[in-house]
Every structure is written in structure tokens, then in C-alpha cells.
Ligand binder design. Structure first.
Ligand SMILES: [Zn+2]
Length: 495
């Protein structure tokens, strides 16, 4: 469209007005700290606090704020009587971010682990306890082809046992490094307390626990090698220019194949860029490999921040088929984790159903009850004391989930009635399951299925497999605690 000079002038003025209004022309070259300020105080200064706002407030907890500011803003805050401490001035925003999150040294504090440190810790434990812990390669990273490891812990770790799986994973988003720390401390706790603490012993004996401490290893390296404390996506070279720039990367928690089309952003360079197609990223494929390999009952996916737990789901006002049970577990999980302030606990919320995230995919396709835990609030990289606090409160959350893997619910093995061969078959409960989710199936190695269910109730079950007669078992009563066992034999169709 061709525009006249007058039109251009009007548009220009409009642009100036809008810019001033949105304050996008303010250059915030200073990193400042105010030590005594509460939420009300921030509001009075016209500062909106959001959990994770890289435009202005970077850190806000314990009534101290670290934020970006212009010279004018600093003067204004001082006039209002606040003691403004200038931490750094720099025209390069990344330098200010490094100072904010890494601290004065501009290096990630030592209490945090690099991926290599996590893996060598696992290697050391494996040497000392070869029956209890081992690492398994589940894939390689998209860009740097690093090995992605799952750490398996059980009482006979070298054998695939017919036991329920519990999955703990972290760092789909690489800047959300607290999850890697919680995972690492969990590994130590399970191994060090085995045969010392009764509950830990029971968990290691009863489950196969898989921990993926870091999924986005390439991104985690960027954060832990002190290059960029807010690197979120993986490091795929989306613009093929052979350098890592701000456009690069795919949001790994938008790349799963469950309502992928409706979630994230199609825009290359967006912090929520979902990739060219579902499972375009090897990291997501690695997780899918693991889900195909083992029957998981429950899972935690660690993120930061907000002290909130997202679970499946609110899909345009339609809830997940297992909603009441999911809500009960999510609420219990949330109330087991203390907030950083210690005055209350995390909150549970149904997450959106229309996103290619872990909880929708794990639950929608595999029936795994997955909970996204947004750890911490006010920063995603705490100083060491803060790290310890968040880790410890979240270990209580893991314990809650580990207690939930004992039911109530229904389990059993499905076999070929003639040969006794284990079958991967559909286990369908029509009173619960809608078309929003995939049919639940037993695993092929043991024919094992698990269904967490509300107890003291009766359910009708359909067992189905191509080439076999459908088996309908009515009024299966679920006992109040523990797993109710129902083994099933399917008859091959007569030819
Ligand atoms: Zn996240």
C-alpha cells in the first residue's frame, strides 16, 4: 500500500505515542537492588511484579528486589525514599542478567551441578552400588549429540523387573536448573538411605525409579557454564547460520505430540517455539523411548517458577477423564511442598489440555499421571542457601509421589490363554475414558498394566487385542489400599 506524506506523519506520531505509552523506548542500562521493599511498595512505584519478567523485575523474594532500571527511574525510586543500590551498569543486557543471577562472580555458584558432575556422581554411586543404580542412554541431544541419560534405581537394577515405574525428569527448560538439583539430591537420598531408612528401602525394593536429571543438556550447558542464565530452549540452529544466537532453539516442552498444533508458537525465535513438527527434537524422542520401554504410573516434571503444580487438564472446560483422582493427588502433592517463604504450600491447578507439553502427552498417550512442578518463586537461580531450601522442600513432594505408587488401583498381567505369552493389550474402562485420550495398553514384556483408581468402587473392564476375543469383566471391586490384582487370559480368535 502506498501512503501519502500526511498519512505517514500521522502513523509516525501514533507510533511515538504508543511507544511512550508502552515505555518500550526506556533504555534500562542499570541493574539495581532495593533491599527493603514489599509488593505494595513495588506497586506504588508503578512496577508490576510477575513471576518471571525479564523486562524489568528479575528477582523478587524476601522483600528484596533486583531489577533493570533507567537513570530516571533510579532517581525517582530514590526520591520516593528507597535506598537504591546500583549493582552494575552495562548497555549489554546479557551482562546485567549474568550479574543478577550468577551474582558478583558472574559464575554460577558452586553448589549447582554441571551435567558432567551429575553423571560422574552417578558413575561413582554405580561403582559402589552396582545392584542399585545405573545409567541408561535414552537418546542424544539435537545439536551437540550429547548422551541423554536416564538414571535407573531399583533393588536389582540390571534386570528389567515387573514392577511399577516412577519417572522423575527435569530441565526441559534449561534455565530452570533447580529441577536438576532436586533430581541429583534425590539420587543421593535413595542410594544413601537404602537399607537405612525403611521407607526408602521399600521404594527401591518396590519400584523401578527412573530419573532424567536433565533433558535439555545442550541448553543446561549454556546456563551452567555461565554463558547465559536465562537460556530456555535447546540449541537447535534454527536459522542455519552455524552460530548460537537469540533466535535459536526449540521449546522442548512444546514439542510433544499431543495437541501440538494448538500449543506454543510457530514463530522461529519465540521463547515458546514448538519446532517444525511434533517430535522434531531428539530430546523429546529420548523421553518417548523411555515411555515405550517402561510402564510408568506416576511422573514429576520439574520446572521453575511460581510454586504451582500443573496437571492434566482443563481442555476448553473439559477435564481429564481421571480428573477427580488427578486433582486429589495434585492437591496432596502441592500441600506437601512448602513455599520459599514457608508461610504456605504450593498450589495445584489444571494445566491447559491444548499444548504439546509433558503432562498432556504422558497422560493423554500413556496414562502416566504427570505433574509439572514449578519450583521456587521470584527467581530461577537462588544463591546456595536458597537452592538448599527449595531442594529440601521439594524432596518432600517426591516422597509424596513415591507413596502414591502403591495404589489403590488395579493391576495385572495379560497373557495369551494358549501359549501363556505376555500380551500388549488394551485395558479399557468405559465409565472413565473418553475419546480425548489414547487407549491404555499393557506392556509387551510382562503384559503388565496399572490403573490408579478410586477405591471401594466397582468398574467394568474391557480387554482387547487384535486377533483375540474381547474379554469383558464386570464389577471389579477395587480394595481400599494397595493394588487389586486382576490377571487376564485372552483367547486367540479361531481361524
Ligand atoms: Zn519450564
Amino acid at each position: 500500500m502506498i501512503m501519502g506524506g500526511k498519512m505517514k506523519k500521522i502513523l509516525f506520531l501514533l507510533f511515538v505515542f504508543v511507544s511512550a505509552f508502552a515505555q518500550i523506548n526506556i533504555k534500562r542500562d542499570y541493574l539495581i537492588q532495593i533491599k527493603e521493599i514489599n509488593l505494595e511498595g513495588l506497586k506504588n512505584l508503578g512496577i508490576k511484579f510477575e513471576d518471571y519478567n525479564l523486562d524489568r523485575v528479575l528477582i523478587f523474594y524476601d522483600n528484596h528486589v533486583v531489577m533493570l532500571a533507567s537513570k530516571d527511574e533510579i532517581d525517582y525510586y530514590s526520591q520516593k525514599g528507597y535506598n537504591v543500590e546500583i549493582l552494575m551498569q552495562d548497555t549489554v543486557k546479557l551482562n546485567l542478567l549474568k550479574r543478577a543471577y550468577y551474582g558478583e562472580t558472574l559464575k554460577l555458584p558452586d553448589c549447582y551441578h554441571t551435567y558432567n558432575e551429575i553423571i560422574s556422581l552417578v558413575d561413582n554411586l554405580s561403582r559402589s552400588y552396582p545392584k542399585l543404580i545405573k545409567k541408561i542412554i535414552i537418546g542424544k541431544t539435537t545439536k551437540d549429540k550429547r548422551n541423554i541419560y536416564a538414571v535407573k534405581i531399583s533393588n536389582n537394577v540390571n534386570i528389567e523387573q515387573d514392577k511399577p515405574g516412577i519417572l522423575i525428569n527435569a530441565c526441559h527448560h534449561s534455565d530452570e536448573i533447580l529441577g536438576a538439583e532436586i533430581s541429583t539430591e534425590l539420587i543421593k537420598l535413595l542410594i544413601n538411605q537404602y537399607k537405612k531408612n525403611d521407607e526408602v528401602t521399600k521404594w527401591v525394593d518396590s519400584y523401578e525409579i527412573y530419573i532424567v536429571p536433565v533433558i535439555n543438556i545442550d541448553g543446561h550447558y549454556i546456563v551452567t557454564s555461565s554463558q547465559n542464565p536465562v537460556w530456555r530452549k535447546n540449541t537447535r540452529d534454527v536459522n542455519n547460520n552455524n552460530i548460537l544466537d537469540s533466535l535459536d532453539g526449540v521449546d522442548l516442552n512444546r514439542n510433544y505430540d499431543f495437541n501440538w498444533a494448538f500449543g506454543g508458537s510457530e514463530e522461529v525465535g519465540s521463547e515458546r517455539y514448538k519446532g517444525e513438527y511434533p517430535f522434531s527434537e531428539s530430546e523429546n524422542n529420548a523421553i518417548r523411548n523411555l515411555l515405550n520401554k517402561k510402564k510408568f504410573v506416576l511422573s514429576i516434571s520439574y520446572h521453575s517458577q511460581g510454586e504451582v503444580i500443573y496437571y492434566p487438564w482443563n481442555w476448553k472446560d473439559r477435564f481429564a477423564p481421571d480428573d477427580s483422582l488427578l486433582t486429589e493427588i495434585a492437591t496432596g502433592l502441592a500441600s506437601s511442598i512448602k513455599t520459599f517463604n514457608g508461610d504456605t504450600t504450593y498450589k495445584a491447578e489444571r494445566g491447559a489440555g491444548t499444548v504439546g507439553q509433558s503432562y498432556t502427552y504422558f497422560y493423554g498417550k500413556y496414562g502416566v499421571f504427570d505433574f509439572i512442578i514449578e519450583t521456587g518463586k521470584g527467581t530461577h537461580i537462588y544463591p546456595c542457601e536458597g537452592r538448599e531450601k527449595v531442594v529440601n522442600s521439594n524432596l518432600e513432594g517426591v516422597k509424596y509421589i513415591l507413596r502414591k505408587g502403591f495404589g489403590p488401583g488395579l493391576t495385572g498381567n495379560i497373557k495369551d490363554a494358549k501359549t501363556g505369552k505376555p500380551l500388549s493389550a488394551i485395558v479399557w474402562i468405559p465409565s472413565i475414558e473418553s475419546e480425548d485420550i489414547s487407549r491404555r495398553v499393557s506392556d509387551s514384556k510382562f503384559g503388565r498394566y496399572y490403573r490408579l483408581l478410586r477405591p471401594n468402587k466397582k468398574y467394568n473392564l474391557f480387554f482387547m487385542k487384535e486377533g483375540y476375543e474381547v474379554k469383558i469383566i464386570k464389577d471389579v471391586y477395587i480394595k481400599n489400599d494397595g493394588w487389586t490384582t486382576l490377571n487376564v487370559e485372552l483367547n486367540p480368535l479361531k481361524k
